[in-house]
Design a protein around this ligand. Structure first.
Ligand code: ASP
Length: 318
């Protein structure tokens, strides 16, 4: 890496899901642990960037760490489906060349984001689902596999019981329950080559059935990256799909020249709630400007700005 390249701005932002996260609902121990998990993911992703790695590598590394945390709904600690299983979705996109990979309905892949990366790098396709995606994982011995019940935690089992009790058969979570039944992790990064990338991973929606898939693995809905900016979303997936949220944010930056913060706020604080949805998004542009925007009471999040200033936050007011 030349000295000239090293002077370029580097930046990273991550999220661990948006929703109803009230100050009195998390204990001090859980808060501390969540900040530590976010910091660990920031450290790992930023180390990739500072050693000349790509934004694509940085978002994969950061998301894979968040997938291992029981506090976030992705990988280990994913929510349960209606029949007591786990179905995992993920996607990753490189703004440089607009390469993308996505997977949905996985049942045995420990780090769905890593399989999405393989789809991006090594397959002629963008999006693999269910049994076929599992077969594709079979062809990669370094993709770690686990039994489906490895993803289970007692807290998520309790959420399933709660959801099934409250909903009494209706599949749609009510607005006030959103924070409990959803969740996602994601990352966006700018590397020393001036390229941006985004990745998103989720267990989806508690009590989901019929092969339900949300926005997280859908390129343009939950994840997007192009030459101008990269976006990773978290929110009520059905609304994010219908509003093509990640692409809408990026399109405002690309076509109208909106600043990334303005574009993200207009979509997350305007379009999404106007259509009845809720959630948040993180975005980054090629100058390293970061937007972390939520219309819910909380979004687990962290950031490292180009000047090195960094932080983590949980609630809307930090
Ligand atoms: N967007 C995810 C889904 O609908 C959930 C979330 O981000 O909270 O599957």
């Amino acid at each position: 890496m030349s000295a000239r390249q090293l002077r370029r701005p580097l930046a990273l932002a991550i999220h661990g899901g948006a929703g109803v996260i009230e100050r009195n609902s998390l204990g001090a121990d859980a808060e501390r642990a969540i900040h530590a998990e976010l910091d660990r993911a920031l450290d790992a992703g930023h180390a990739v960037l500072t050693t000349g790695g790509t934004a694509l590598d940085a978002v994969e590394v950061a998301v894979a760490l968040l997938e291992d945390s029981p506090y976030f709904n992705a990988g280990y600690g994913s929510v349960f489906t209606a029949d007591g299983r786990h179905e995992l979705d993920a996607s990753i996109m490189d703004g440089h060349g607009r390469r993308a990979g996505a997977v949905a309905g996985l049942s045995t892949v420990r780090h769905p984001v890593r399989l999405a990366r393989r789809v991006l790098e090594e397959s002629p396709h963008v999006f693999l689902i269910g049994a076929g995606a599992e077969q594709y994982a079979d062809t990669h011995s370094d993709i770690e596999r686990v039994p489906n019940d490895w993803f289970a935690t007692e807290a998520r089992r309790e959420q399933l019981r709660d959801a099934q009790h409250r909903e009494q058969g209706a599949w749609q979570a009510s607005q006030d329950l959103r924070g409990k039944y959803f969740g996602t992790v994601g990352a966006v990064a700018l590397d020393s080559h001036g390229h941006v990338a985004a990745a998103t991973s989720t267990g989806g929606m508690t009590n989901k059935r019929w092969g339900r898939v949300g926005d997280s693995p859908l390129i343009g809905a939950g994840t997007w990256a192009d030459a101008h900016c990269a976006v990773s979303c978290t929110g009520w997936g059905e609304y994010y799909i219908r509003n093509a949220v990640a692409h809408d944010i990026a399109a405002r930056v690309a076509y109208r020249g909106d600043r990334v913060r303005v574009a993200t706020e207009d979509v997350i604080l305007g379009e999404v709630p106007q259509h009845g949805g809720d959630g948040g998004a993180i975005a980054i542009d090629r100058d390293g400007n970061i937007a972390l925007v939520l219309n819910t009471t909380g979004m687990y999040r962290g950031w490292v700005h180009p000047d090195g200033q960094r932080g983590t936050a949980i609630y809307r007011d930090a």
